[in-house]
Design a protein around this ligand. Structure first.
Ligand code: GDP
Ligand code: MG
Length: 164
């Protein structure tokens, strides 16, 4: 079966925007074997002929309400990381590292799976990242990206498919 890439991160960092940009079409696919979950949606992707499935987390209605709290975020990250071959961990480059990001980072590190740390919302590609800040998450080298504009997405996909 196709490799699975989980996109994890706290609410509002741009996970769904990234998944929509990377996936073949904007519709979630329904995996009969996986059933229906409010927390995760599955999306077909193809990068230069390499097919894989992207998991978007924290979706639909569950995290848009005010009852967003760390245990819930951790559970969602955990479930997605369990299913994944490769993890894309998204943080918000306009905000910096938060406690919730650190919570997700712990889950990601524990999974021991290949992880790519995306610092999203860097809409101006010339922006210098506060690198040390993101390195402190302990999941490797941060990469600036703009899911909104698309900068950095091709490089990310090259590296993701090379990790399968
Ligand atoms: P999610 O909760 O992690 O799935 O985040 P969303 O994809 O729903 O995005 C949250 C907000 O951030 C939305 O208003 C997006 O339009 C915005 N956003 C996402 N990616 C970018 C980006 O690269 N640049 C900017 N400026 N905004 C973005
Ligand atoms: Mg979302």
């Amino acid at each position: 079966s196709k490799p699975v890439v989980a996109v994890v991160g706290r609410p509002n960092v741009g996970k769904s925007t990234l998944v929509n940009r990377l996936s073949v079409n904007r519709d979630a696919i329904v995996h009969e074997s996986r059933g229906v979950t409010r927390d995760r949606s599955y999306h077909d992707c193809d990068w230069n002929g390499r097919e894989f499935v992207l998991i978007d987390t924290g979706g639909i209605e569950s995290l848009k309400s005010k009852d967003v709290f760390a245990p819930r975020i951790r559970e969602q990250a955990l479930a997605a990381c369990d299913e994944a071959d490769v993890i894309v961990f998204v943080v918000d480059g306009t905000v910096g590292v938060t406690d919730e990001d650190e919570e997700v980072a712990r889950v990601v590190r524990k999974s021991k799976k290949p992880v790519f740390l995306v610092v999203n919302k860097i809409d101006n590609p010339e922006t210098m990242l506060d690198d040390w800040n993101y390195y402190s998450l302990g999941v490797g080298e941060p990469r600036a990206l703009s899911a909104g504009h698309g900068h950095g997405t091709g490089d990310l996909l090259d590296d993701v498919v090379a990790a399968f």
